[in-house]
Design a protein around this ligand. Structure first.
Ligand code: ADP
Length: 335
């Protein structure tokens, strides 16, 4: 708004904010989830109550934060944002919950990383809008019940499998966000190009879309790098197809959109571990990455495009992965 201009040194972040669609209508793709959310919000509006708690699950950059903002905006409620790592004690959560105004939407990103003690407090809060605060220690300890204003919890997680069942069960609805199709990403890019004042023809948008790993955040990021490239070395505001390709190559995005880490994991799986099966932890260590990152960021996409399979004995590479890396499959090499 006019009172708080975006800080000048934070333009990348400011642009990311400007690129967020503000309504379900403008939100590209995820038709199923959009319909489900719309119904949930409409029902709450008719009954003049806060919407049920909503869990948004899926890999990073698919629109979970954006949806949380849209949920608050469409239901005309204020939004409070927090995250699992910021809630390391039950007291952190108690402070947050007790300061909510009636009907507020509370967004907790990376909710699977919240402290266990806070999780247990959250069960009661979600169900009864009440928490028990422990005062005193030892034999004299007592719990004082505290009523909360009714709220809507919107949780986001890249690892819905890591949420304890009692927490998962307390969400009225879980939205599973899927990777986007290139045609959908093309729409995201067309919209974003308009917002940042870029002139981008269809083939250029397609090229970026096909190389964005099914992820709007990556599409927007690549678009900005293409804009930079065109501005500095290419055709100015109108990027050519060559500008697009050169920019993506400069930033290590390969022909199908895999980045350095994707390729490192694939390479280790195929060459070092001879196609697997190999355990996730071993694979992660071999590329110097956290197992969590490999599991929630790299693996879902490689599985989705059919390059990696998950078996009870570990991760395996598919023939398509060998082909992409230009490695002859051991079984094919034998005669
Ligand atoms: P997440 O919280 O899942 O990591 P975000 O909501 O922060 O993802 O989205 C990342 C970026 O991608 C945002 O800048 C947003 O503008 C864009 N984005 C995500 N989903 C969509 C969508 N469906 N339509 C248009 N833009 C989107």
């Amino acid at each position: 708004d006019a009172i708080s201009p975006e800080p000048a040194d934070d333009t990348e972040l400011a642009i990311e904010g400007a690129l967020r669609p503000a309504s379900l209508e403008e939100f590209v793709g995820q038709h199923k989830v959009r319909g489900q959310l719309q119904l949930l919000l409409d029902a709450a509006r008719i009954q003049e109550r806060p919407a049920d708690h909503i869990l948004l699950a899926g890999p990073p950059g698919l629109g979970k934060t954006t949806l949380a903002m849209i949920i608050a905006h469409e239901s005309d409620r204020p939004l409070r944002m927090s995250s699992g790592p910021a809630i390391q004690h039950a007291g952190d959560l108690a402070a947050l919950l007790s300061s909510l105004v009636p009907g507020e939407v509370l967004f907790i990103d990376e909710i699977h990383r919240m402290a266990r003690t806070a999780e247990e407090m959250l069960y009661l809060a979600m169900e009864d809008f009440r928490i028990d605060i422990m005062v005193g220690k030892g034999a004299g300890a007592t719990s004082i019940p505290l009523d909360l204003a009714p709220f809507t919890l919107v949780g986001a997680t890249t690892r819905s499998g890591m949420l304890p069942n009692p927490l998962r069960d307390r969400f009225g609805f879980t939205a599973h966000l899927e990777y986007y199709e290139p045609e959908e990403l093309e729409q995201v890019i067309a919209r974003s190009a308009r917002v940042i004042g870029m002139d981008l023809a269809g083939p250029q948008r397609d090229e970026i879309a096909r190389r964005s790993r099914g992820t709007p955040r990556i599409a927007n990021r690549l678009l900005r790098r293409v804009r930079d490239y065109a501005l500095v070395r290419g055709g100015g505001r109108a990027a050519s197809l060559d500008d697009v390709r050169a920019a993506l190559e400069l930033y290590d995005v390969d022909a199908i959109g895999l980045d350095r880490l994707d390729r490192a994991v694939l390479d280790a799986l195929v060459r070092r571990f001879r196609g697997g099966p190999v355990g996730l932890g071993t694979l992660a260590v071999s590329v110097g990455e956290e197992a969590d990152t490999v599991e929630s960021v790299v693996e879902p996409y490689l599985v989705r495009i059919g390059f990696m399979g998950r078996t009870p004995r570990g991760r395996v590479a598919t023939p398509e992965a060998y082909e992409h890396l230009g490695v002859v499959h051991a079984a094919q090499g034998q005669t």
